[in-house]
Design a protein around this ligand. Structure first.
Ligand SMILES: Nc1ncnc2c1ncn2[C@@H]1O[C@H](COP(=O)(O)OP(=O)(O)O)[C@@H](O)[C@H]1O
Ligand SMILES: N[C@@H](CC(=O)OP(=O)(O)O)C(=O)O
Length: 418
């Protein structure tokens, strides 16, 4: 039993969906397909929700999402009476009804109900297309399997219940046919939809693979495999043919965005290999991530954009103490800031984190009485894993560096985005 995860880029238009069917055709045998929203649909739905949250007209943004899905679907199904069109229509009717009836206080719970819709649309379109192409297939609502708490936007998985659900409801289905389900989503015991954190469909693939005891998980990407740098920002990156879970989890943690950082742990726990393969060249081997031992790898360059550097200074001539730090950490955790790098001196403490204007405002309000609080936005965080002096010189050349740090294996710097 294999699990394939197809991300937004692999289903971004009609030819891409046809390509997915070709890939599936080439892999006979029990298969679970976990699919993300098509193209940039999740961003577009976030925009719809933001308009609704600010009591602005969300209809033009929603109309764009609808047109995109209809146009793509019309290129896949020549029969305009095909049931897929009625399903799409009922999804959009439900979205509009939900938005019209939003209560005055719009919250993260409402965000999840809207932003989750992209995966329902994509999984329905892919399901109907595979059936039309002659596959024996079934559509599964992942909320019947992936059980989470109510931590909206980044729900936590109840692993015991999820494993039981997957064994009882999904495993028997997979004996008969291919099953298509949604990435990124879960459901609470009260039947509310949750999301697992942006770009969380890789993690969904790993949850299913873990609970099914799958032979492997393959994530299909627009790159040749797991590379030592993002080809959008670095020339001629090197592809790893094989790499350990340990190295991968560290690189994903530092920001190698090709794999969601939560993906690795469940797979490593059950020794399930993860393949990163190109949907553009599916016959190529890509990268395999597993329990492997290797010599020191070539340096990996990881770039994290939209960073800010927060600094907390003490108000008197005392030093930054453990007690001060615990107040700062508590506030950061409450507001769900992820610390990407930190450094302290006698009288100040600095943290590099993802920039979010609203949450920064709340942090400032909470801490400004106790600390002198400053921040710099518009920054980049670079990490070199397995660095060499040459790689550091290459990276730092010409950059205005605000902070740098190194351990025996990892070099990090924060600099201005030019
Ligand atoms: N180390 C890396 N190796 C390969 N691709 C990377 C790496 N770091 C960042 N990327 C970027 O990740 C992208 C693919 O991941 P992602 O956009 O999440 O795909 P999808 O949303 O389709 O699942 C690539 O297009 C590439 O720009
Ligand atoms: N669609 C969601 C989940 C996801 O993982 O998407 P992708 O596989 O395209 O990164 C998002 O954009 O956050």
């Amino acid at each position: 039993m294999k699990v394939f995860k197809f991300g937004g880029a692999s289903v971004k238009d009609a030819p891409a969906v046809k390509n997915v069917a070709t890939i599936v055709q080439q892999h006979p045998g029990p298969l679970l397909i976990v699919v993300s929203a098509m193209g940039k649909t999740t961003n577009a739905l976030e925009e719809v929700f933001q308009h609704a949250e600010n009591r602005q007209d969300y209809e033009p943004a929603l109309q764009q999402v609808e047109n995109y899905h209809y146009q793509l679907t019309a290129q896949l199904f020549s029969d305009s009476q095909h049931p897929v069109f009625a399903r799409l229509q009922s999804q959009f009717t439900a979205i509009r009804e939900y938005l019209q009836n939003l209560p005055p206080n719009r919250s993260d719970e409402h965000y999840d109900q809207i932003v989750s819709q992209g995966e329902f649309l994509s999984s329905l379109i892919l399901y109907y297309y595979l059936v039309q192409s002659g596959f024996s297939a079934e559509w599964l609502d992942c909320r019947d399997c992936i059980c989470t708490d109510c931590s909206w936007r980044e729900a936590r998985v109840d692993w015991l219940t999820t494993e039981k659900n997957i064994q009882n409801k999904l495993a028997p289905l997979l004996e008969q046919q291919i099953v298509i389900t949604q990435g990124f989503l879960g459901g609470t015991t009260e039947n509310r939809t949750t999301t697992l954190g942006r770009e969380g469909s890789d993690f969904s693939g790993a949850i299913f693979a873990y609970c099914l005891g799958a032979e492997s998980l393959t994530i299909w990407k627009d790159v040749a495999g797991f590379l030592n740098a993002d080809p959008k920002f670095f020339l001629n990156p090197h592809k790893y043919d094989e790499i350990s879970y340990q190295e991968t989890v560290e690189m994903a943690y530092y920001g190698a965005s090709v794999i969601h950082p939560k993906t690795i742990k469940p797979l490593a726990n059950r020794h399930i290999p993860l393949y990163v393969k190109s949907f553009l060249q599916p016959q190529e081997p890509g990268t395999v991530i597993k329990d492997s031992k290797h010599e020191k790898l070539v340096p990996a360059f990881i770039r994290k954009a939209n960073q800010c550097l927060l600094s907390f200074g003490v108000r008197d001539f005392t030093f930054v103490s453990e007690r001060n730090l615990s107040v700062i950490f508590h506030a950061l955790a409450e507001l769900r800031f992820k610390i990407n790098l930190m450094q302290n001196s006698a009288i100040s403490f600095s943290v590099c984190t993802d920039y979010d204007a609203d949450r920064l405002q709340l942090l400032q309000e909470q801490l400004q009485e106790q600390f002198i609080f400053h921040y710099n936005a518009g920054l980049l965080l670079y990490t070199i894993k397995n660095y060499t002096e040459d790689s550091i010189n290459h990276l730092t050349n010409g950059k205005e560096i605000l902070l740098e740090q190194r351990t025996r294996s990892t070099f990090q710097l924060v600099c201005r985005e030019k």
